[in-house]
Structures are given as C-alpha cells and as structure tokens.
Design a protein around this ligand. Structure first.
Ligand code: UPG
Ligand code: MN
Length: 471
C-alpha cells in the first residue's frame, strides 16, 4: 500500500552529487518503497542530469542554492561547503508531505526501510565520531515552514559549530541525545562505511543487519575507478580501508553500472534524436559478462546469450529540458558496455544483487554507429517522468524577507560542475571538472562579489596579469 503524503528526500546541488542521488534512488527502488522519492536540486544541475533524475524520482524540486559566498556578510563561515549543506534545510519546505526521511546523496539503501516512518521528528542515528551528536545524513523530519524559518534564524543568530548543517541541526535539536530514545535511530540505519575498520568485531556481529550505508567523509564512491569485469573498485590513491568497505563500494558501483548508466544511454539517445550530432561516442564492443559486478568478481553463471534483439529507437520520456540551464554532462562512452549477443535482462538471473536491472542492448549484427537507432530498451525500472517543481514563490518571498537580499539567489546557472563519464571494457570512472567560465560569466561572478581569493583570483595571479599588461 503506498502512502502518497510521505517521502524519502535527498539533495544534489551539482552533477557530481547527482551520481550519488541516482544510485541512492535506485537502491531505494530495488526494495520497493511505499513512499514517494523526492530529489531537491539547485539551478547548477544540468538538464541532462535533470532528465535522468526524473526517471528515478517521483518528484524533482528546484531550490535555491544557499551559497557560502552569500554568508560572508553574516560572518559565520569557515568552511566553503557550509552554504551548500545549508541547502539541506530547504527540505522543511516540502509541506505537501506530512513526514519525510532525509537521506544524504552518499548513502546506499540495503533493504526496505519504510519502518523509519514510524518515528517522529527529529530522529537520527548517532555520529560515529561523537555519538552524543547525531549524524545528519539520515533523519526523520516533519516539513513545516515555521520550523524552516526557525532553523534559518538559528543559523543567522548562532551559526554552526562545525560550519555546516550537522552542527546547526545538532544545536537546534539539542536535546536529541537525552530526551527520547525513540528518536535515536539504530546505527544500522546510518552505518558509516568506514566504521567496520574502527570496530570490526561489532561489524562482524551486527553488520549483516545494516540497512543504510553512508559513505561519509571526503572520499566518495564516485571518486574511485571501477572495473566492470572484476566487479570491484580499483585500488589507487584512495584504497578502501577494509574488505567490508570495499564490498559496499562494489555494491554502489554495481548499481551505478546496471541501474544508472543505462539511464544515461536512453536519455542521451533521446537527446541525439532531438538534436542530431550531439556528442555521443559509441563503438560496438561485446563485453563478456559486464554485469557480473557481484563484488566477488565471479562471472555470471546463467549468461546464455539469447537471440539478438534488433535495436529500436528509445524515447527518453516526456521530459523536455528547460532552457538556459548549464550545459549537459559529457558522456564519453569509448566502448559501449553492451551485453554480448543482445542478451536480455532475463538472462541475468545468476547475477547476485541485481533484481530488476535496466539494460540496454545493442544488435551486434548492426554496424557500429553513433546513431541512437542502435539501441533498444529491453526492460527498465524507470518510473514515469515527472514534472520539475520549484519551491512555491510565496515561500521564497517569505524566505527573502527573512534573510538579506543576497542570500536568495537568482536561479541562474553558475559554476556548474561538469562530469565526464569514461566507460570502457575494463574501467568506469566519473571525473569531475570545474566548468571553464566565459569572460562574461567571470565578470558577473566578480560583480556579484564571488571572488576566488584562494585560486585564480589570488592576489599573486592578479599581480602577474598586471605585470604582463604593463610590460
Ligand atoms: O557539493 C555538495 C555537497 C553536499 N551535497 C549534499 O549534502 C549532503 C552532505 O554532504 P556530504 O558530502 O555527504 O557530507 P558527509 O561527508 O556525509 O559529512 C557530514 O557532514 C555534513 C556537513 O555537516 C553533513 O551534511 C553530513 O550529513 C555528515 O555526514 C550530500 O550527501 C548531498 O546530499 C551536495 O548536494 N553538494
Ligand atoms: Mn553524507
């Protein structure tokens, strides 16, 4: 039975965090949630990622990025990510829901967690670093404009002791650790992926009942490279700290490969149809059992090739991208991960962890071609595309009365983080790059007071330019 006035909510302020939100959304879907899935995005998210998110989430709601630069005047800023994570507070404006569960975009759901809706505001699990504080990566809350207003007021009056949302929320809900044990979520609802390293006997005892894994900290799953053939992340600079952590990372990537990448392919194929010549570089390479990302590196047992399926056009759904948004993420598919011989999803039964994979197959008999006509969607878990909503204007108005004018920004694209997906037979990686700004955008940034004092606008570099000019 589905409950339409309650929702799981996440946040992604750029295309990189969208990768996490997509895996989280698909991990929730695999366990058949009875609540809606909602993603909060900011204007920085590209139209391609919006199109993909709308295939996974029931609702996509655009909110204003509360940018750290805006808070210089409020003098409460030490860490640049503060503003961004304060954007999380917008979740209290979702008043068309009676209760919600917030999940960070770097969390992964391992089983059905609908029972979280039996808890009340404000429920959260202890933070592994300081268990008298809660971790703000998973929490139960009740949307309310009044609470939202109080939270923003609290932010302005008291700041945040850690410079981000977790410190703010802990001081706002300050009796969490003592008042009501019902509001202490068990740790299995927010298991930090690296805890297994710090207390492995406990993990051995209780780890199998983990329901939500949280990749907290600076290295996220998308920072690793993944080998689709072995089904495991590649050990490089940032090697996983334990075997268990590696298993969670491998699961993240399995879902990414099987349930997220195909969405790119179908949406980009649709875009190519709408605008021929769109960047989509594909070559037809049969990859033996690329979906065998079980974590153990075992090949799929039941991968009997079926008759090849002729490719057909696949429309991306009803989502038409909005105008004036950041340029889409680049998808570089060097060698497409097509299943050999047009293998259908039914053939994947032997692959563990994959219940209803979204699979795109390509007719191996047809010529390699960058045309979308080479694709067909055989089975997907896609949800109906949904409308993009914005926070109602009255709320924005109310908000802008509360805060200095510059805190609430025009929803103009700015500093979009672009993503390069590099997909080959032996490696998948998600590279992030900061978009090069045009001279006009640079000037606008300066005029808005968003100056990169530590980076390219550092005094030494300006001096260099002046010297060159004066020579
Ligand atoms: O550039 C960003 C940064 C963060 N987020 C969102 O904000 C969440 C929190 O950021 P994250 O990088 O996941 O922080 P953690 O490494 O988990 O660090 C801790 O500290 C953060 C700041 O207090 C809290 O928000 C987290 O819940 C807490 O686990 C993310 O999951 C996203 O949903 C973005 O959308 N874009
Ligand atoms: Mn997190």
């Amino acid at each position: 039975m589905s409950v339409t006035d309650q929702a799981f909510v996440t946040l992604a302020t750029n295309d990189i965090y969208c990768q996490g939100a997509l895996v989280l959304g698909q991990s929730l879907r695999r366990h058949r949630p009875t609540r809606k899935l909602v993603v909060l995005i900011t204007p920085q998210v590209s139209r391609l990622l919006r199109a993909i998110l709308s295939k996974v989430f029931d609702e996509m709601i655009e909110v204003n990025l509360i940018d750290s630069a805006d808070y210089i005047h409020l003098a409460f800023l030490k860490r640049p990510e503060l503003g961004v994570t304060l954007t999380k507070l917008h979740c209290w404006t979702l008043t068309h829901y009676s209760k919600c569960v917030f999940l960070d975009a770097d969390t992964l759901v391992l089983s059905n967690v609908d029972e979280l809706f039996d808890r009340g505001e404000f429920s959260a699990a202890p933070d592994p670093g300081w268990p008298d504080c809660f971790n703000s990566g998973v929490f139960v809350f009740q949307p309310s404009l009044h609470t939202h207003k109080l939270l923003l007021q609290h932010a302005m009056e008291h700041g945040s002791f850690d410079g981000a949302d977790q410190g703010l929320l802990n001081s706002f809900f300050r009796n969490w650790s003592t008042a009501d044990i019902q509001k202490h979520l068990p740790f299995i609802y927010n298991l930090s992926s690296n805890t297994t390293y710090s207390y492995s006997p406990a993990f051995k005892q209780f780890g199998s009942s983990a329901k939500v894994v949280h990749f907290l900290g600076s290295t996220k799953p998308w920072n690793y490279k993944y080998n689709p053939q072995s089904g495991s992340v590649l050990e490089q600079g940032s090697a996983p700290s334990s075997q268990h952590q590696a298993a969670f990372l491998n699961l993240w990537w399995t879902i990414y490969q099987n349930n997220v990448l195909p969405l790119y392919q179908s949406v980009q194929a649709g875009e190519a149809l709408a605008a021929p010549g769109h960047t989509l570089c594909l070559s037809d390479v049969g990859v033996p059992c690329v979906d065998s990302a079980s974590g153990a590196g075992e090949p799929c047992a039941n991968s009997t090739p079926s008759a090849s399926v002729p490719c057909a056009n696949s429309a991306p759904g009803s989502n038409q991208p909005a105008q004036g948004l950041p340029e889409p993420t680049h998808l570089i598919v060097d060698e497409i991960l097509s299943l050999p011989e047009g293998r259908r999803s039914e053939d994947m039964i032997g692959c563990p962890e994959i219940e209803t994979p979204a699979v795109i197959t390509c007719d191996p008999l047809s010529q390699p071609s960058p045309q979308l006509a080479d694709f067909t969607e055989t089975e997907t878990t896609l949800q109906p595309a949904n409308k993009v909503k914005s926070v109602p204007s009255e709320e924005t108005f109310e908000l802008s009365q509360e805060l200095p004018a510059e805190v609430v920004r025009d929803p103009s694209p700015q500093d979009a983080l672009e993503v390069d997906l590099a997909v080959s037979v032996s490696q998948i990686s998600i590279e992030e790059k900061v978009k090069e700004l045009s001279p006009e955008e640079e000037r606008r940034k300066w005029e808005e007071g968003r100056i990169d004092y530590m980076g390219k606008d550092a005094f030494a570099r300006i001096q260099e330019k002046l010297d060159r000019f004066l020579q």
